[in-house]
Ligand binder design. Sequence first.
Ligand SMILES: Nc1nc2c(ncn2[C@@H]2O[C@H](COP(=O)(O)OP(=O)(O)OP(=O)(O)O)[C@@H](O)[C@H]2O)c(=O)[nH]1
Ligand SMILES: [K+]
Ligand SMILES: [Mg+2]
Length: 323
Amino acid sequence: MSTTVAKISAIQDEMAKTQKNKATSYHLGQLKAKLAKLRRELIEPKSSGGGPGIGFDVAKTGVASVGFVGFPSVGKSTLIRPYSGTESEAAAYEFTTLTTVPGSLKMNGAAIQILDLPGIIEGAKDGKGRGRQVIAVARTCNLIFIVLDVLKPLNDLKVLTNELEGVGIRLNKKPPNITIKQRERGGLSVTHTVPLTNIDQDEIRAVCSEYRLNSATISIHEPDCTIDQVLDVLEGNRVYIPAVFVLNKIDAISIEELDLLYKIPHSVPISSKQWLNIEELLEVMWDKLALVRVYTKPKGKAPDYTEPVVLRTGKSTVGHFAE
Ligand SMILES: Nc1nc2c(ncn2[C@@H]2O[C@H](COP(=O)(O)OP(=O)(O)OP(=O)(O)O)[C@@H](O)[C@H]2O)c(=O)[nH]1
Ligand SMILES: [K+]
Ligand SMILES: [Mg+2]
């Protein structure tokens, strides 16, 4: 494992040293492809079974699950405590939470599982602390709460997003509109219906060569598509998960500072200690989970509005309902 991490950092060093221009784009494409292949080894470790492991792997309950990801002591457990049957401990020292602590809340008739997770630190994806187990749980959630300390939200958000991106989790993004069809012969052909502003044909060629894709049609319909998005399609194991950036501890800042925080997209400022703005957080959670309520109507009787069946959008066909 450490050799994979070492190889990754060697490639990153080389990329940092290489200036991006026409003459280097093939080489940079090769490096990016090599990096993506190495990162795959971190997502699917050969040694272990691949799951999160003891203390982390909890049974899924309810219609959807929300995972709490954040640095230590940002207040994840304080927020989940009222919902967790077993009391997730919250305390002033870092790494208070050491395993996945499940809780549950009921909203609009739906049971939603919430998962308190240990704090993660930079380098988590490469095996620091319990980061890899935490991220493995996050990969399986329907929504991720990135819990941040209001005093330094932006830098921490960048680091955490990078940790999750590094293992194939894409937050608040859609799968790129790119199709790659392998063919018997005919070489590579790249077609696009949008201008290619961030990508070079040489980069695409280099990447395809690394993936031994000699004959293929690559159709790009994704505006401002990047080589990383092409790699996402080639790798195929990406997960696209909605996320809410929970800016905690607003009790510690002024109203003026709070106004600025509202400009951060996908964010909800709260105080878990003083229970401020939790209602807005729950509403945003509900919207992001995109749950649909279905009311049953017994034949010849009025519909039953008290006990809706809740389904996830995209999984709300009559078949899913019958299940
Ligand atoms: N001022 C303030 N303090 C808070 C708030 N929420 C949590 N804290 C404090 O922050 C400290 C850490 O809280 P925890 O809930 O244990 O944080 P955590 O993110 O679960 O920490 P780990 O499990 O160690 O990763 C505790 O001392 C809490 O009382 C808040 O909204 N405002
Ligand atoms: K703590
Ligand atoms: Mg905790």
